[in-house]
Design a protein around this ligand. Structure first.
Ligand code: NAD
Length: 501
C-alpha cells in the first residue's frame, strides 16, 4: 500500500499529524494507499515556505516566468499518458477521459505561456502638463487552490498555471481521494525550472482548509467542489480579508426543441450524462424535451443506448464508463435512485440492476446508467445534485416552460439547447439564467482563453477561472501618476487635482 505526503519547498515532507485518509482503486474496490492529512502546524510550514519564496519569484522577469510555463507544457505532453493512468487508477474515469482531463489543464498552461502579453497594463500619455498615468498588475503573494476529486489534473492546472505565471507562490490542497496526480505535478514544475517554494502541495481535510482560509499570509483562495463547502470556504476566506472564488455544484439541463436532430441529441445526451459516470460539474443531468411527442421519441431512443452502455475497469479500452469514486459515493447515488422511485418518477432504465460480467472486478464501485422519465420540478432528486450516471427527463409543453426550469433552479453552471432554429437558440442564449451555455453542443466547457464559471449557487465570488478573469483574480492593479520633468512649479494647491488645475 503506497503513501502520499506533502511537497513543500521542493521536497517531499512526511506527514507528522498521525492522521491519514484512505485512497481507493474504485475499479477493484481495494484500498490502494493512504494520504497524510496535515495538521495546522504542517499547513503553516507550507504557508511559510510559499511566503519566503514570494519576493524572488514575483521579482523574476515575466519572460523568465513564461519560459517556465513553456517548459511545463512540453513536460506535460511527454507525461500525459502517465498522468492519465495514475488519475484513472484513483478516480475511476476511463483512460481516454483521463487523458482529456490532463489535456484540458494543459491548455491552461499553454494559455499562461502568453503571460507577458496578458499582464500588460494601460498607459495614458500626458494626461496633464508633463503627467503620465499608467497601471500595472501586481501579484498578490501566497495563494491557495482547493480542488475536488473529479478533475484531479485539470482543476489544479487551471489554478496553479495562472497563479504562478502572474508571479504568485501557490499552495495546492487537492482532494484527499486522488492526491497522486497533484503530487506528480510538483515534480513536473520542478523539472520545468520553477524555484523551490513556488508550487507546494499540502494534503489534508477540513483542518488544512480552515488554516489556509484564516492565515493572514494567504491572500487569495480559489476553491472548486460541492456547494455547501464552496459557501463555507467563501464566507470564511472573505471574512478573513482574502479574495475568494468558490465554484460549487450543478444541475445542468439540455432543452430539446421539436425541430432538433433527435439522433444527434440522443448521442449527445448519452455522452454528456454518462461520461465519467456523471461525475462532472458540466454533465447533463436533466433532459427537457419540448412537447409530448419529442419526449416519447427521446425515451424510445435513449433507452437502448443507456442499456447498452459499456461499464468496466477504468483501463479497459472497451469501457465507456468506469466505476464511481468511492463506496460512500456509490451508496449516496444509489440512495438518490431509490428516492427518485419513491418520489414517483418512472424508472425507464435501472442502473441498480447492473449485472455485467466484471471479469474479476466485482468489488469495484460500479453502477449502470439510469434513466428516469416524468421527473417533476418539486422532487428532491430534481432539486439536488446527484453526481452519478443518471439522467432525468422533465417534460415541458413549451419553450417558455422549458427555459424556466434551468433559470429557476438553485444551480446555474451549464446548459444546452438543441434546435435548428436560430431565433429560439438566440432567445435561449440571451435569457437563460445560467453561466455557460451550449447551442447544439452538449458540454459547453469554455476553452482556456475564455473563462469558466457558473451563476447562482454554482459559484460564489465575482471572478471566474482562467482566461483574462484568471489574470484578474491572481493580480491587483496599481495605478501610477507620474510627472516628468519635475521642474514644473505651480505653488501649493489645496484643492483636489482636476484637469482644470
Ligand atoms: P467536496 O466539496 O467534497 O470537496 C472539495 C474540496 O473541499 C476537497 O479538497 C475537500 O478536501 C475539501 N473539503 C471537503 N469537506 C470539507 C469541509 N467540511 N471543510 C473544508 N473543506 C472540505 O467536493 P468533491 O466531492 O471533491 O467534488 C465534487 C463536487 O465538486 C460536485 O458538487 C461538483 O459539482 C463540484 N464541482 C464543481 C465544479 C465547478 O466548476 N462548478 C467543477 C468540478 C466539480
Amino acid at each position: 500500500m503506497y503513501e502520499r505526503h506533502h511537497y513543500i519547498s521542493g521536497q517531499t515532507v512526511e506527514g507528522t499529524s498521525g492522521r491519514f485518509g484512505p485512497i481507493y482503486n474504485p475499479s477493484t474496490g481495494e484500498q490502494a494507499g493512504k494520504v497524510a492529512l496535515a495538521s495546522k502546524a504542517e499547513v503553516e510550514a507550507g504557508i511559510a515556505a510559499a511566503d519566503a519564496a514570494f519576493p524572488a519569484w514575483s521579482g523574476t522577469s515575466v519572460v523568465k516566468r513564461a519560459r517556465v510555463l513553456q517548459n511545463l507544457v512540453q513536460i506535460l505532453y511527454r507525461e500525459k499518458d502517465a498522468l492519465a493512468e495514475a488519475l484513472s487508477a484513483e478516480h475511476g474515469k476511463v483512460f481516454s477521459d483521463a487523458q482529456g482531463d490532463v489535456q484540458r489543464g494543459l491548455e491552461v498552461a499553454e494559455f499562461a505561456q502568453g503571460i507577458p502579453h496578458l499582464l500588460k497594463g494601460e498607459f495614458s500619455d500626458n494626461v496633464s502638463g508633463g503627467i503620465d498615468m499608467y497601471s500595472m498588475r501586481k501579484p498578490l503573494g501566497v495563494v491557495v487552490g482547493i480542488t475536488p476529486f473529479n478533475f484531479p489534473a485539470m482543476i489544479p492546472l487551471w489554478m496553479s498555471c495562472m497563479a504562478i505565471a502572474c508571479g504568485n507562490t501557490f499552495i495546492l490542497k487537492p482532494s484527499e481521494k486522488d492526491p497522486t496526480v497533484p503530487l506528480m505535478f510538483a515534480d513536473i514544475w520542478k523539472e520545468a525550472g520553477l524555484p523551490d517554494g513556488v508550487f507546494n502541495v499540502i494534503n489534508g481535510d477540513k483542518e488544512a482548509v480552515d488554516t489556509v482560509c484564516t492565515d493572514p499570509r494567504v491572500k487569495a483562495v480559489s476553491f472548486v467542489g460541492s456547494t455547501p463547502i464552496a459557501q463555507y470556504v467563501y464566507s470564511t476566506a472573505t471574512a478573513h480579508g482574502k479574495r475568494c472564488q468558490a465554484m460549487g455544484g450543478a444541475k445542468n439541463h439540455m432543452i430539446i426543441m421539436p425541430d432538433a436532430d433527435l439522433d444527434q441529441v440522443a448521442d449527445a445526451l448519452v455522452g454528456a450524462a454518462y461520461g465519467s459516470a456523471g461525475e462532472r460539474c458540466m454533465a447533463i443531468s436533466v433532459a427537457v424535451p419540448v412537447g409530448q411527442q419529442v419526449a416519447d421519441k427521446m425515451v424510445e431512443m435513449l433507452k437502448p443506448r443507456v442499456e447498452a452502455l459499456k461499464v468496466g475497469h477504468s483501463m479497459d479500452p472497451e469501457a465507456e464508463m468506469g466505476p464511481l469514486v468511492t463506496a460512500d459515493h456509490l451508496a449516496k447515488v444509489r440512495g438518490y435512485l431509490d428516492l427518485a422511485e419513491q418520489e414517483g418518477a418512472d424508472v425507464v432504465v435501472d442502473g441498480r440492476d447492473f449485472k455485467y460480467n466484471m471479469q474479476g472486478y466485482e468489488n469495484g464501485y460500479y453502477l449502470g446508467g439510469s434513466l428516469f422519465d416524468n421527473v417533476k420540478a418539486d422532487m428532491r432528486t430534481y432539486r439536488e445534485e446527484i453526481f452519478g450516471p443518471t439522467l432525468q427527463i422533465v417534460r415541458a409543453e413549451s419553450f417558455d416552460e422549458a427555459i424556466r426550469l434551468p433559470s429557476e433552479h438553485e444551480f446555474g453552471n451549464g446548459t444546452s439547447i438543441f434546435t435548428r432554429d436560430g431565433d429560439t437558440a438566440r432567445a435561449y442564449v440571451n435569457n437563460v439564467e445560467v453561466g455557460m451555455v451550449g447551442v447544439n453542443v452538449p458540454i459547453p466547457v469554455p476553452l482556456a482563453f475564455h473563462t469558466f464559471g457558473g451563476w447562482k449557487n454554482s459559484a460564489f465570488g465575482d471572478i471566474n477561472q482562467h482566461g483574462m478573469e484568471g489574470v484578474r483574480f491572481y493580480t491587483k492593479t496599481k495605478t501610477v501618476t507620474s510627472r516628468w520633468p519635475t521642474g514644473i512649479r505651480s505653488g501649493a494647491e489645496f484643492v483636489i487635482p482636476t484637469l482644470n488645475s
